[in-house]
Design a binder for this molecule. Sequence first.
Ligand SMILES: [Ca+2]
Length: 219
Amino acid sequence: MAIPTYNPYFNWLRGFHFKRYLLTGKKDCFCRLIKFLLCLILFSIFSVLETGISEHTSLAASTSTLKIDEGAEWHYFKGTQKPPYGWNSSGFNVSSWQKGPSGFGYGKGTNRTYLGDMKGKYLTVYARREFTADYQRISSMSLYVSCDGPFVAYLNGIEVIRNSAGLGGISDQSPERLDITGFAHELFPGINVLSVECSNDDITSDDFTFMPFFDLTGK
Ligand SMILES: [Ca+2]
């Protein structure tokens, strides 16, 4: 829907006195007809200009953002064994996985999904979340991961970021923004999947925190 826009050409035209212009001058029918046709042409030109400017403004105002924030529901898999092949790809059957809100962990922080059986049993948690991003163009795409140890993130099965060294137990701090806009071409028109695997710094550690965030701004 077009958004009303200030257009100096159109406002000038609104203030133009057609009637006075048509009835003044020589009282000649042919002359009046020419004037009428001229006014009609001018009106058509300015109407096209008005429509064009409004549509351009509407397009610019349609920018929107997709957020996967703290507390969003993710499917997750406890790493007591390797995850099934294709676990991070779209189309994977996730029905046997557990589902819970982020963040995941134990021993510290806000653990909306509490992993009370993790210590000494498994080092890594695998999580995936589907989303729809039907945008013609992507202006920015960012990932934030708070993780005690190494992590890897995938978009539709394609690796987009890896931190092999881990964060050295500083995951209580605000996670750094990871710009993955360069992978926007990997997005599908319909359902997409974001997957993250996050490991603890030590399997016997007294705590674990895993919190993924995702921001996408489309045009
Ligand atoms: Ca830890």
